[in-house]
Design a protein around this ligand. Structure first.
Ligand code: TRP
Length: 357
């Protein structure tokens, strides 16, 4: 198959902090595994990060961190197109154009918008369910509680990221599926309104394997930036060991073959991701016959996680020290991304009657 016949995979990550084990097993490691088989495009969504008004210096630092972490985890810039969203100005122009075909109502009904707007307004979950009250608050809010228009149009921007590259396979988390559905709707709407066939419809891409759920260390739920239960790829060994040793457990099995509580099952899930099968079997047997000591399990787990993260952390440090290398990769990446984006944008402008004399 020739280079440009490969299916286009595209995914973005918001520039909000370092990558954790959940990002690694849930996405990054899979990106690395498929980089030969697809036309892969990965980018840092710095414009999306602006919707929460981050500190400018922090935003810039985050972009650099994530690029270094992507490279350190094994993405090969010769094989994948790696870029920063704002380095492709065509995205911003098409965002303006596409917004002309997006309803405020459909944006306001998006779960992610309701969630974030509710938090900005300081409303309880129940209050936000009362649509009339929610809308009243939304329209009346200003100053500190203002909900910015960028947050409302977040799905338009995400749709443009995808459509401008004509990507069809988009690996995203569950929380992004609604945005993907909107993207398909916007694509169909645009094509049919102008009688064109510019946009293919994108679908979620799970790489064919079973989904990997990486739990946090706090006993329940998955690892997430906002949960404060993360192991970061760049955590130094002392910090990492301490986090693991402090992970929530229970009082231990009282009878042979007791069912496992969620905190313990979560530790086993992490062990399964990072350890060898015989280590996992050893601790499972120890749990079953009640001889397990959670301290031993945690010590082993911390070392096995470190075996995964240490080489990555060391490469991150090397890459971070080489600004010129990062700049070169991003220049190459954005050049490739812009080529396709410019082509699509031109088609869109033509379709809409925005033509040069
Ligand atoms: N909204 C995505 C998230 O928060 C990030 C993102 C932005 C994205 N643009 C995208 C993901 C395009 C996939 C494709 O996770």
């Amino acid at each position: 198959m020739s280079e440009n016949k490969k299916e286009i995979v595209l995914s973005g990550i918001r520039a909000t902090g370092n990558l954790h084990l959940g990002n690694y097993y849930g996405a990054l490691r899979k990106f690395v595994a498929v980089q030969d088989d697809y036309d892969c495009n990965f980018f840092i969504a710095d414009l999306h990060a602006l919707t929460t008004n981050p500190d400018p210096a922090q935003l810039h630092a985050n972009v650099k961190n994530i690029i270094a972490e992507y490279l350190a985890a094994g993405l090969d810039p010769e094989k994948v197109t790696l870029f920063v969203q704002s380095d492709v100005p065509e995205v911003s122009e098409m965002y303006l154009l596409l917004n002309m075909h997006v309803g405020i109502g459909e944006l306001m009904r998006t779960v992610s918008f309701k969630d974030k707007a509710r938090k900005a307004l300081g409303l309880s979950a129940e209050a936000a369910e009362d649509d009339a009250a929610f809308e009243h608050q939304l329209v009346g809010a200003d100053n500190g509680k203002r909900v910015n228009a960028g947050l409302l149009t977040y799905p338009t921007l995400m749709a443009v990221d995808i459509l401008i590259q004509k990507a069809t396979k988009v690996p995203v988390g569950k929380d992004q599926l609604q945005h993907l559905e909107l993207t398909r709707r916007f694509a169909r709407r645009f094509n049919s309104f102008y009688g064109v066939d510019i946009f293919p419809e994108p679908y979620d891409f799970d790489f064919g394997g079973a989904p990997v759920k990486v739990p946090g260390l706090d006993g329940s739920g998955k690892m997430g930036k906002s949960e404060g239960n993360c192991i970061y790829l760049v955590d130094d060994p002392k910090v990492l060991r301490k986090k693991v040793m402090r992970a929530v457990t229970d009082e231990g099995p009282k009878e042979p073959n007791s069912p496992m509580s969620e905190p313990i099952a979560n530790l086993f899930t992490l062990l399964e991701l990072t350890s060898t099968p015989d280590v996992v079997a050893h601790f499972r047997e120890a749990y079953a016959d009640c001889s397990i000591r959670y301290g031993d399990l945690k010590k082993q787990l911390a070392e096995d996680i470190l075996a995964v993260t240490t080489p990555i952390r060391e490469r991150v440090n090397d890459i971070m020290a080489d600004e010129a290398y990062i700049a070169r990769i991003l220049r190459d990446g954005s050049e490739r991304a812009r080529e396709r984006a410019a082509h699509t944008l031109e088609e869109v402008r033509q379709a809409m009657g925005i033509r040069r004399f």
